[in-house]
Ligand binder design. Structure first.
Ligand code: ZN
Length: 200
């Protein structure tokens, strides 16, 4: 139906989450209409993130240097580590302004059915950080989903053995069950953070 280059753009846009065939076509026609500079800026921005962004060497958050901005920030409390599933979960927690510690991004949640085991996530690296000495508390902020809960309990049990002096807490309930942290509003998330409790 379209010239091959247009069809290629529609196909690529259609691979984005939440973008159906019709939206992909609308976006493609929009890109065809805009100034070449604007279209090139979009293409360049995509290329740049793929070239320059990598996981932080300490916490596995997104970084454009060896370590991320949060790990580089001397004012952040290194004694408390918040464990999240994905880099996108750091943003809503930062927005609450409830947390001044550091993060650890697992890269997903445990799911034996899907073949996701502890070694497939940054779990061994978490244990290495926590047993390093400085850490007083680990806040587990995995998603309130089945896999997120299973991951929280797995980590809590392992930390109890490896680092018995470190408090392991979980966000208070009140977050929408089955939802992603990413979609929680900041007031609810801030409250869940302030009300965190030690995992029994
Ligand atoms: Zn980092």
């Amino acid at each position: 139906m379209f010239a091959p280059p247009v069809q290629r753009l529609v196909t690529e846009l259609g691979k984005l989450p939440g973008i159906g065939q019709r939206t992909a076509q609308r976006l493609a026609f929009h890109i065809l209409r805009v100034d070449p500079e604007d279209a090139n800026a979009l293409a360049a921005a995509i290329r740049e993130v793929k070239e320059k962004i990598r996981p932080c060497a300490i916490c596995f958050n997104l970084a454009d240097e060896e370590t991320c901005r949060i790990c580089q920030d001397e004012r952040r409390d290194g004694g408390i580590i918040c464990v999240v599933e994905e880099p996108s979960d750091v943003i809503p927690i930062e927005r609450t302004h409830e947390f001044r510690g550091r993060y650890h991004v697992l890269g997903g949640a445990l799911s034996p059915i899907d073949g996701v085991d502890p070694e497939d996530l940054k779990i061994p690296q978490l244990y290495a950080r926590v047993t390093g000495g400085e850490v007083r508390e680990v806040v587990i902020a995995t998603n309130p989903t089945t896999t997120g809960e299973a991951t929280a309990h797995h980590i809590a049990a392992a930390l109890r053995e490896r680092a018995p002096d470190v408090a392991v807490t979980r966000l208070a309930s009140g977050l929408p069950v089955g939802g992603d942290l990413e979609y929680a509003d900041e007031v609810t998330l801030g409250r869940a953070f302030a009300g965190r409790r030690e995992i029994a």
